[in-house]
Design a protein around this ligand. Structure first.
Ligand SMILES: Cc1cc2nc3c(=O)[nH]c(=O)nc-3n(C[C@H](O)[C@H](O)[C@H](O)COP(=O)(O)OP(=O)(O)OC[C@H]3O[C@@H](n4cnc5c(N)ncnc54)[C@H](O)[C@@H]3O)c2cc1C
Length: 405
């Protein structure tokens, strides 16, 4: 085990919690400080766009009650200083210290960066315009629903926008979904599934406006009354949710010497590049994925943060020489108007897509994504068994025939 007595974990959510739990379960007996900008202990985000909007407040993450370290909530890290011994090999670092927003310095021997991501925000924001990332965001949105606002426009048809559309329709709201692409999620799902998803939204009463961007808002007395599109059209709204993607929280690392490029750039075993005592995990980590030839990959899903928090902590204790690469197949699932949509791997890397099970018009199908004949991704609708088979094939680097025979 590396010689460390103080480990800091910045970001008190899923990846940070899993890191703390793993440090303890691997026998680390030194000090752990978990620093989180939110006032809440770690909680689960997926219910925020689903059950929480329907009135169920359960966002429990098992283990969050006993953190196994000192928890500094409502504290934001604003700067990182990394000790580098003069003349040391580039991948050799000592500890360092973190400056918090109240001026406190937290010295560390080892560091886990788990600061996740935040929603992209629209510059202009009259009352009634929301994003959804935190429990406070979800409760604010629910309060708007309870107050009787019924005419919802969602900006962005990604998975969060789709889930909110689905929940809002189930609650009886009028829902308009505006998406800049030809079909919602077409980059993530591929064109056939995205076309199916567009029809699925429409069948379930969502007014879908594709291929156009939002230009701004109409408002009266500071409250939104409509959404203005780039072509001059105005869509009436008394409630808006912007789901336009997320950006990794790396600003506090600027000037630290870490490589930042759409996240913290990491080695295959999740060490921040050029360091031997700093790891990153979850939505903020962009690491060299060995399954994809060392391509830099950042994944914004639960299973990834859950597994990476643990692997990053284990690797930090083991040190770079004994660390193991993190090469799990990225995987994600969502429910939209009752349909189960799942992805595995990285479909956008493919040069060919083939439907290998069912058909979109049957409401159950799986599309395999290939690059040079090798499976790199899969997308399934209401077909979990077949999707899982392809997921195993992606992990094995199979050609299509091997994965489906
Ligand atoms: C509404 C919603 C629904 C979702 N549904 C699904 C789903 O169905 N399936 C799925 O796979 N994924 C889903 N996700 C994504 C999943 O929740 C995330 O991938 C996961 O939360 C990432 O965990 P993380 O710990 O890496 O980062 P985060 O959960 O983003 O946590 C990072 C934490 O760090 C804190 N922080 C940031 N900067 C600082 C700083 N400078 N100092 C201190 N603290 C800081 C933040 O406040 C935050 O608490 C959903 C996300 C949302 C928002």
């Amino acid at each position: 085990m590396a010689d460390m007595s103080r480990i800091a974990v910045v970001g008190a959510s899923l990846a940070g919690l899993r890191a703390v739990q793993t440090l303890r379960s691997e026998g680390f007996a030194g000090d752990i400080t978990l620093i989180g900008a939110e006032t809440h202990r770690p909680y689960n985000r997926p219910p925020l766009s689903k059950s929480v909007l329907r009135g169920d407040d359960d966002v429990t993450l098992p283990g969050a009650e006993e953190l196994g370290g000192e928890w500094l909530g409502n504290r934001r890290a604003v700067r990182l200083r990394v000790d580098r011994s003069p003349g040391a090999a580039t991948a050799s670092t000592g500890g360092g210290s973190i400056t918090l927003d109240d001026g406190t310095e937290i010295p560390f021997d080892g560091l886990v960066i788990a600061t996740g991501a935040r929603p992209r925000r629209l510059a202009e924001r009259p009352g009634g315009v929301h994003e959804l990332r935190t429990i406070d965001d979800a409760l604010a949105l629910r309060a708007e629903l309870d107050a009787g606002h019924r005419n919802l426009v969602i900006v962005g048809g990604g998975f969060i926008g789709g889930e909110i559309a689905s929940t809002a329709r189930a609650l009886g709201l009028t829902v308009t979904l505006v998406d800049a692409g030809p079909y919602p999620m077409h980059r993530v799902l591929g064109v056939d599934t995205a076309r199916w998803l567009a029809a699925h939204h429409q069948k379930n009463g969502v007014e879908l406006i594709s291929g156009i961007r939002v230009a701004g808002f109409e408002s009266r007395d500071g409250r939104v009354t409509g959404v203005r599109l780039e072509d001059g059209r105005s869509i009436p709204a008394d409630l808006v949710v912007a789901g336009m993607g997320i950006v990794p929280n790396v600003e506090w690392l600027e000037g630290s010497g870490l490589t930042l490029d759409d996240g913290v750039v990491c080695t295959p075993s999740l060490f921040a590049e050029g360091t031997s005592t700093i790891v990153a995990a979850g939505d903020v980590a962009r690491w060299r994925h060995e399954l994809y030839g060392g391509a830099l990959v950042r994944v914004e899903h639960w299973a990834n943060a859950n597994a990476q928090g643990a692997v990053a902590a284990r690797n930090l204790l083991a040190g770079p020489e004994s660390a193991v690469p993190y090469a799990d197949v990225p995987a994600f699932g969502t429910h939209t108007h009752g349909a189960r949509i799942q992805t595995a791997g990285l479909p956008h890397l493919a040069d060919e897509a083939r439907t290998v099970h069912g058909a979109p018009e049957e409401g159950s199908f799986v599309v395999a994504f290939l690059r040079g004949g090798v499976l790199v991704g899969a997308v399934g609708v209401n077909a979990p068994k077949e999707l899982n088979r392809l997921k195993r094939g992606i992990a094995a680097g199979d050609v299509l025939e091997a994965a489906t025979s």
